[in-house]
Ligand binder design. Structure first.
Ligand code: F0G
Length: 451
């Protein structure tokens, strides 16, 4: 029996299906009955949904209202879980979808078919701001005073920025030595209490959940289902920028698997509401040094199975990681995660979107990043996994050269300057563009420029 308000939370385990109202934050966003993930669900008959997606265009014409200017709240009817008075925005979601033929060529796509969704243009420089606008609105709705997250860097930057803009304290947990410099500088600059744990992201993730429950802090990792509601809007904006059409494929990096989960949910809802005619396929790209999803899906054949996921496969896999004392390693530190918290929701997204998973090497990531930098607006390493993955899928013939593909570039190039400088200066790859050393001499400088 569904709850009666506009929105409520529901356990994703079909054998439990516990429902909670939106104000409940017991159990740190895990089902209090069975410990599974929670979804935000809607009673759509109580919500004013548009007849067609293009109706949202009117909001853009009235963008002097900050909620219309926000690339998240412009679509507020599709994430209607709180009153306008609680809604938080600092101008997130002013991101662009760039058609890029040079990068298309690198990925062996036909001209005009590849689009790059630049989420690095958000206020804190990553897609996380979409989620934080929604999650901090929920935090205000439930009267939270203090917040916390574990992070490979971008979540902490975004949490720090949003927490202080809406008057919450924040504590961020990061792994020692595993965070890119740009991101670490943001956490400190935005005045977060920063706790560097001796361990990796997965250790931080475990600690922060316990700390949140013990101290009553509001948790902002993607376990928080309200955060994922904000991340759905990345897909709405891609559709918006394609003239309200859906692409054939969405390609996204896979870390903690919040984005892929949110995107699958977004498309499932749009289809059920009759707002799109078909659901695009989705490719989720791991780094080979942190490829739990790839391994579980492609080798262990783990599937959603209508919500009855074979837990023993996951348990065995994680027991083996523990026995081997495994810690993930990739230069794409944002996705250096081996126990993704949204694994099951991601399996559901793969089911909804007829998804595929691939893993790419650090070398492929760095080369793709250099191409996106040279020919596009640039991105951080994890984001470039999308183009590296697309090349695999083109070579395999899974994606055709004339299909329309949108790759989500999740973070800004300045997030990880060290990796970029090393790649170029140390001539680490085929696209390295090292600075040329020149004497302080005009004729010699001119000779070098012309050589
Ligand atoms: N790309 C970037 C730039 C990220 O920062 C992350 C995740 C991902 C991709 C992976 O997204 O978790 O939704 O699969 N960063 C998190 C953090 C874990 O703490 O900043 P996901």
């Amino acid at each position: 029996m569904a709850m009666t308000g506009k929105a409520y939370q529901k356990c994703i385990n079909p054998d439990c299906a516990t429902e909670l109202d939106c104000a409940s934050v017991t159990g740190g966003f895990k089902c209090p009955q069975c410990g599974s993930l929670l979804d935000v669900r809607y009673n759509w008959d109580k919500i004013e949904t548009p007849d067609k997606l293009s109706d949202f265009a009117e909001r853009w014409a009235a963008r002097d209202n900050p909620l219309n200017f926000s690339g998240v709240w412009r679509f507020r009817n599709l994430l209607d879980f709180c009153d306008d008075k609680y809604k938080v925005t600092i101008g997130e979601g002013q991101t662009i979808l760039q058609q890029n033929d040079a990068v298309a060529g690198y990925a062996d796509m036909q001209p005009g078919r590849l689009y790059l969704q630049y989420e690095g243009l958000n206020p804190s420089g990553s897609f996380k701001d979409n989620g934080m606008a929604a999650a901090f609105s929920h935090a205000k709705m439930v009267g939270a005073k203090s917040s916390a997250c574990a992070s490979t860097g971008n979540t902490s930057a975004s949490v720090a920025l949003y927490a202080h803009s809406c008057g919450l304290k924040c504590t961020v947990f990061i792994g020692s030595g595993r965070i890119a410099f740009g991101k670490l500088s943001q956490a400190m600059d935005y005045a977060a209490q920063t706790i560097q744990i001796r361990g990796d992201f997965d250790d931080c993730m475990k600690q922060v959940q316990d700390v949140c429950i013990r101290l009553g802090l509001y948790l902002l990792n993607s376990l928080n289902p309200f955060r994922l509601e904000g991340q759905k809007t990345i897909m709405y904006r891609i559709i918006e920028q394609l003239g309200w059409r859906v692409p054939d494929w969405i390609v996204v990096p896979g870390g903690n698997l919040g984005n892929s989960s949110a995107f699958g949910k977004a498309f499932g809802e749009l289809k059920a509401l009759g707002l799109i005619e078909r659901i695009p396929r989705m490719a989720i790209i791991n780094a080979t040094g942190a490829d739990t999803l790839n391994d579980l899906v492609n080798n262990k054949k783990l599937v959603w199975n209508a919500g009855r996921v074979d837990q023993s496969i996951i348990d065995d896999y994680y027991a083996d990681l523990t026995a081997r004392n495994f810690s993930p390693h990739t230069c794409a530190s944002a996705i250096e995660i081996s126990r993704p918290v949204n694994l099951k929701k991601c399996l559901r997204a793969i089911d909804i979107c007829d998804g595929v998973v691939r893993a790419v090497t650090d070398e492929e990531i760095c080369d793709a990043k250099a191409v996106i930098g040279a020919d596009g607006l640039g991105c951080e390493p994890a984001s470039a996994a999308t183009i590296a993955g697309l090349r695999h899928l083109r070579a395999e013939g899974v994606i055709a050269a004339d299909q329309t593909v949108a790759c989500v570039l999740t973070g800004h190039p300045l997030k990880d300057p060290n990796l970029t400088v090393n790649y170029h200066k140390e001539k680490q790859g085929q696209f390295s563009n090292p600075p040329i050393e020149a004497p302080n001499d005009l004729e010699e400088i001119i000779r070098l420029i012309q050589s």
